[in-house]
Design a protein around this ligand. Structure first.
Ligand SMILES: *[C@@H]1O[C@H](CO)[C@@H](O)[C@H](O)[C@H]1NC(C)=O
Ligand SMILES: *[C@@H]1O[C@H](CO)[C@@H](O)[C@H](O)[C@H]1NC(C)=O
Ligand SMILES: *[C@@H]1O[C@H](CO)[C@@H](O)[C@H](O)[C@H]1NC(C)=O
Length: 746
């Protein structure tokens, strides 16, 4: 990707498009603009189809063992990659070798806190505002030596070598230093996703018998309240990101407490030899939310009620080996074009999530600079940034970042809103430019012609790009499917390819990853070079590898990135992990996918969203919901199928306007919308409309909800019933409306 950062004569006008309402026309003159547009349209017609890169095979069939299915491997490698380079077989070796390769390059950067203040909003709420300084860096050599000191300090302060350490902190320099310190002593690090809550924290620390807890000042404050339940903990090491009050430490007298700096000092003055791990040793036990399904309890007398009232089971810790981490790292390094010491990476997602840990390891292996930030301080206008001071991206000017769909959606909405507010010529030009680029990217009749895109980039999109520091050249997106609208927005307005990753904690983030020159949407790319992706027919669910036009089946991933299993849960491990006759590990994801002709994977369904009814028919909840959403009475809908009955039901949030309109036309009297939702005629009307939609989509009779409830309150991300991307949170909805669901099955 060419960078265009030098003295750009267009800079002043570009900034003005973004920041003021001075019409563009005044600067260039209308003829100039029309000329540029004509030039941009005519020449591509002549050059059309020259740069067509369709038809490239990105994955090819692979010969593998294990259960019968259709397996693919990345077409660029005939054998799976296992390590980034010879000798880098563990996280510890990888970091040590990187620190010798790039000793004086910037490694880990933190912004200095200049000032913290609180401002009061008109309604009396207090908001913290930070004034943060420039980044201060540890070089690779310095970061490595800090990790060595921390390792020595940990042993010196009495951490027993056969017990574990846990990190419970936001993403920051000390996280990596502590983790690398532990790895040098072959200590397994337990990570806990901070939002999992107290119960999960107690459960996971106790289950893994953690004796040293490393936390930041925010998490430290939570400890006194639960200290009596943390029986295995003996030492607490706190990161002094904020001054820690003596009172908090006084409440933890039964533990030995050290500041992070004290441990490093201790290690500096009393060196302990490293005890390096091997590649099959467990590096991390990771507790995240996510992949846990409903426990199987179909034997109870009252199955409906039991299913509905089950509390979310505590998640299981996934055991990730050093070999898993370096394999994913090696694979991802081949995906990002021209990755190297010139790159600057913005780190802000939780390191307790495998995507972030893998991404930062990729950066460490490449000699890139990792600058730490947070979602609340990211841009100049972020909530916690003091007005007039710089956000993380302005201070760091990153070239790479990783994101999750929700954050990219938010950026997109903000830009569209701003353009809409400006209106006038700015909006018109933006719309034209957006459409032209969309056409170019989607490869319509004029092909994709780089010079045209350059013109629009300079004219319209550059100021938008400066929102993220102006130098971003690649965005990795993972965690959930990215909407095609948002992917296109990133391609066009930020001018960057978005690599979409598909993977789970159990596959150490790695499974499939879209390649930077693949501009299609909705797919997750070919298998990463460290693993195979296999589709296995699921006959009962109606997904077979013999399906046409594309083979379909359950996604099963095998290779070097497949983790050891769940800590202390052999039964569950054996259920979803299998070892084949050649010794390769496979993980059964429960996701349903299909392979496109070029070998790229698309995720189309989820096994657990498919329910088997009493008489053996399968209902794919997602499929039925998307068919029923076409009824104009539906605002939101969740279909529910109880395996002990032979019909399904639905919770419907009706579209206010449509239903009220109908009520008016039908002469129905009602006091408020709530009452209308309980009106029998209204329920009947909506149900008829659902049946019509179901028939149009040719659903089977058993797939059409036999009974429904109308719910007056909309489902929003704030209510916790849908995700930021408006995906249903089935468990939460089920719990909240369990009485309604119970009645539907009477
Ligand atoms: C901690 O784990 C032990 C078994 O290892 C168990 O007996 C005990 O009840 C657990 N304590 C808590 C607070 O969960
Ligand atoms: C690392 O520690 C684990 C667990 O204590 C042990 O089984 C393994 O042998 C150790 N690895 C090496 C290379 O000593
Ligand atoms: C779920 O949790 C609540 C309180 O948190 C408890 O009262 C209830 O018994 C739990 N239900 C089950 C099925 O464990």
């Amino acid at each position: 990707m060419g960078e265009n950062t030098g003295d750009n004569p267009n800079m002043s006008i570009l900034q003005r498009i973004a920041t003021s309402d001075v019409p563009l026309v005044k600067e260039y003159g209308l003829p100039g603009i029309i000329g540029a547009i004509l030039l941009a349209v005519v020449i591509p017609i002549m050059l059309s189809s020259i740069f067509n890169k369709k038809g490239k095979k990105r994955a090819v069939q692979a010969d593998v063992g294990g259960e019968a299915g259709l397996a693919m491997r990345n077409s660029r490698f005939s054998m799976l990659v296992e390590v980034p380079w010879e000798g880098a077989t563990t996280m510890a070796a990888l970091f040590e070798m990187a620190s010798k390769k790039y000793p004086r390059h910037r490694c880990l950067g933190t912004r200095k806190l200049i000032n913290r203040e609180f401002v009061e909003s008109p309604d009396g709420r207090k908001f913290e505002k930070l004034h943060l300084g420039e980044y201060e860096w540890d070089t690779y050599a310095e970061a490595f030596s800090r990790a060595c000191n921390f390792a020595s300090g940990l042993i010196k302060l009495g951490h027993q070598r056969d017990s574990r350490a846990a990190i419970f902190a936001d993403t920051r320099t000390e996280w990596i230093i502590a983790a690398q310190g532990c790895f040098r002593q072959n200590l397994t690090v337990v990570t806990i996703y901070a939002s999992l809550g107290e119960d999960a924290l107690v459960h996971s620390l106790n289950e893994t018998q953690v004796s040293t807890l490393i936390c930041d000042s925010k998490q430290l404050k939570k400890l006194p309240a639960i200290s009596s339940k943390l029986q295995s903990v003996k030492h607490v090491i706190y990161i002094e990101d904020e001054p820690v009050e003596a009172e908090v430490l006084n409440q933890m007298k039964h533990w030995t407490t050290f500041s992070f700096g004290e441990v490093e000092e201790l290690g500096k003055t009393s060196h302990t030899d490293a005890r390096l791990p091997s590649s099959t040793d467990t590096a991390v036990i990771m507790y995240t939310s996510g992949s846990t399904g409903l426990p199987k309890v179909y034997t109870h007398d009252e199955p409906t009620i039991l299913l509905l009232s089950l509390n979310k089971s505590l998640s299981d810790g996934v055991m990730i080996t050093h070999g898993n981490m370096v394999a994913t790292t090696a694979a991802v390094m081949t995906i990002i074009p021209k990755l190297g010491t010139g790159d600057v990476y913005l780190a802000y997602l939780p390191l307790a999530h495998v995507f972030e840990l893998a991404a930062e390891t990729v950066m460490l292996a490449s000699g890139a600079a990792i600058g730490y930030g947070s979602a609340l301080t990211m841009t100049d206008t972020s909530n916690k940034i003091k007005k007039g001071t710089k956000g993380d991206v302005s201070a760091l000017k990153p070239t790479l970042m990783i994101s999750v769909p929700a954050i990219l959606d938010r950026i997109r909405d903000a830009v569209f809103k701003k353009v809409g507010e400006k209106g006038g010529l700015t909006k018109k030009l933006f719309d034209i430019a957006y459409k032209r680029n969309l056409g170019a990217i989607e490869g319509s009749w004029f092909g994709s012609w780089a010079p045209e895109r350059m013109i629009w980039d300079n004219l319209i999109f550059k100021p938008i790009r400066s929102m993220l520091g102006g130098r971003i050249r690649f965005v990795l997106c993972g965690g959930a499917p990215l909407s095609s609208d948002t992917q296109r927005f990133m391609n066009i307005c930020l001018g960057v390819p978005v690599g979409q990753g598909y993977g789970l904690t159990e596959t150490c983030a790695g499974a499939a990853f879209s390649e930077w020159d693949d501009t299609s949407v909705g797919r997750v790319g070919p298998p990463l070079p460290c693993c195979y992706v296999k589709l296995v027919s699921w006959e009962e669910g109606g997904y077979k590898i013999s399906d046409s036009p594309m083979p379909r089946g359950e996604v099963v991933v095998g290779g070097y990135s497949i983790t050891k299993g769940y800590f202390n849960n052999e039964a569950k491990t054996n259920e979803v992990y299998k070892v084949d006759e050649r010794g390769m590990r496979w993980f059964y994801t429960g996701d349903i996918g299909q392979f496109h002709p070029d070998g790229c994977l698309e995720i189309i369904d989820r096994k657990k969203d498919i329910v088997k009814l009493q008489h053996g028919e399968y209902v794919s909840l997602g499929k039925v919901e998307s068919a029923l959403t076409t009824s104009n009475y539906v605002d939101s809908i969740m279909v529910y199928a109880d395996p002990f009955h032979n019909y399904c039901v639905a919770l419907v949030v009706p579209a206010h306007q449509a239903l009220e309109q109908w009520a008016q036309n039908s002469g129905i009297n009602y006091k408020n919308f709530d009452e209308l939702c309980h009106n029998d005629q209204a329920i009947k009307e909506v149900q008829q409309s659902l049946s019509k939609a179901a028939k149009a989509a040719r659903l089977e009779k058993f797939e059409i909800p036999a009974k429904i409830v109308l719910l007056p309150e909309p489902w929003t991300p704030e209510s916790g019933l849908v995700t930021a991307a408006l995906k249903l949170k089935r468990e939460q909805i089920k719990t909240k409306f369990k009485d309604d669901l119970g009645k539907l099955y009477h």
